[in-house]
Design a protein around this ligand. Sequence first.
Ligand code: GN1
Ligand code: MG
Length: 373
Amino acid sequence: MTTETIKATNITEILSKFNFDSNFVKVKPFGSGHINDTYLIEYSDSDLKFLLQRINHHVFKNVDILMDNITKVTTHIRKKVIEKYHDDSDERSMVAVKSNDEKYYYQDTNGSYWRVFNYLDNTKSYDIVTTENQAFEGGKAFGEFQAFLVDLPTSEVKETIVDFHNIQNRLINLQSAIKADSFNRVNKVLPEINLINSRANEMEYVLRKGSEGKLPLRVIHNDTKFNNVLLNQADQAQCVIDLDTVMPGYVAYDFGDAIRTIINTASEDEKDLSKININLSLYSAFTTGYLTETINFLEEEEIKSLAEGAILFPYMQAVRFLTDFIEGDHYYKTEFEGHNLQRAKAQLKLFSRMDKEFDTLKSIVQEVVKTLR
Ligand code: GN1
Ligand code: MG
């Protein structure tokens, strides 16, 4: 969405609902999310800043449940931050702002849903990780996030997207898209489909162990791209953001999705596949940070499942991007024709790279465990 279209949606009305005077603030597009639209609200006469977001309610269909989850989780984390860091500022957790209607969102006259969060100035996020310290800090951040929520009963948070990381379900959706072939695109992606189909069975490891009752369901983040960690100027993790998908899941999902974005030497949608390689020292560093925070409560089967989560995620993302390509790009925002296909190809390349090193991925986890015990 451009700045023009936000004006057309009556920005003054939206801002006033959150007590902003549109004469004193500027609103500009912000960030690189694939689902919601994010804007930065800046005051012309002070340094105060906020984030304004239009929630994609085609994806998050029940906004009450969404915001209820987020406020429960942030309230819980805030208590933990005070206990651990004796810090009662709003610097280590997101804070949703109430509208005049005493709700954490406002539905405008066009039917769009809006919300406002605190903005953490002086923080950075990275799409590509370059140092072991960044990877370690990312591991600590997502590990601590799970640790903070370990005593929040899973019944407290609802599924904002049903079966979100259920690979079986994602594969069924891909098969339906292939069958319908509504945009005549299947003939362009046969090698990708073949690769996906040939590995489907192994990719169900985590789901299978979970259904057998061998992995506990915990409240997890479910969108652990590295750019969802804000770091301070010294590259220390400060705050985990993007809490829309916080819901019950297996810890391997958070580990895996983070690894996907951390060890890739290129971006998620890299066009030149020869640039996609994996960096094993970043893998070790992330694993060390993650396990430092979680080893006290993780069960043996969960530790064993971590590398399985790592190999699962580029695969699962490829399935999702490819499905969206075949279905005519209705889910993710795209910047050009074929963007989802390019993303799917890049993720499959990453998958193949990781697949070759799968034994190493498993043994690194075991080595890290040994050093921490
Ligand atoms: C979407 O909007 P963003 O970029 O935070 C997606 C994630 C994917 C990610 C891939 C609700 O997240 O699951 O991992 O794109 N979010 C949803 O970049 O589908
Ligand atoms: Mg997200």
